[in-house]
Write a protein that binds this ligand. Structure first.
Ligand code: CTP
Ligand code: MG
Length: 178
């Protein structure tokens, strides 16, 4: 049973979206896998996954969540305390980045180079890992979202990902438009 309206759904997922987008602009520094190969002689994660991207993604997603919690509290997880809302945003941001890493890990195991497109691994896995971690601090999440909420978030995330990556490519921030 969906308990959120569309604006509430967008605010709920915003920290994860921010976390996922920020590394394109604020990535860099040492590679998370240290440039090392896994047992299959392929990179653990690849050159696209950096420390700065991970840290900035989590930090910016969490800060945006805290701002929304303080400024739009009635539309962001109504019923939760401000600190519960911030905890949720931190979990959503962290989950988004972990999901992104997991996607790269799976892509490397399948022999796909960084930038190789994968609908689910690039565009949606981060959302589901984010929701999974968010659920840890907000046990009512699945119930409150319902299948309708999950479907709306999935479609909105996919569409936004397509638009943003096309933009980032057009602005020469990304090598490939996905
Ligand atoms: N990025 C980063 N650190 C991260 C995640 C992303 O620095 N932890 C930056 C990198 O500059 C990367 C860009 O964000 O090139 C886009 O990330 P993504 O689309 O996930 O990289 P891909 O090149 O598609 O690599 P992969 O196949 O591993 O997803
Ligand atoms: Mg990618």
């Amino acid at each position: 049973m969906l308990m959120f309206n569309f604006i509430e759904l967008l605010l709920l997922v915003l920290p994860a979206w921010v976390a996922n987008a920020v590394p394109v602009v604020l990535g860099g520094g040492p590679k998370l896998d240290g440039g090392k190969n896994a047992w299959d002689k392929r990179r653990w994660l690849g050159d696209s996954k950096t420390i700065n991207g991970l840290v900035n993604g989590i930090a910016f997603g969490s800060v945006v969540g805290a701002i929304v919690a303080a400024g739009f509290g009635s539309l962001y997880l109504p019923g939760l305390t401000v600190s519960e809302k911030v905890a949720f945003a931190v979990m959503m941001s962290t989950g988004a980045m972990l999901g992104d890493l997991l996607g790269s890990f799976v892509k490397r195991r399948r022999g796909m180079k960084p930038g190789h497109p994968s609908r689910v691994l690039d565009k949606l896995l981060f959302l589901f890992v984010a929701l999974g971690l968010g659920w840890l601090v907000y046990p009512d999440l699945w119930h409150a979202l319902g299948w309708e909420g999950i479907a709306v978030l999935t479609i909105a995330t996919y569409a936004l990902h397509v638009v943003f990556n096309w933009l980032a490519h057009a602005l020469k921030m990304k090598k490939v438009p996905w």
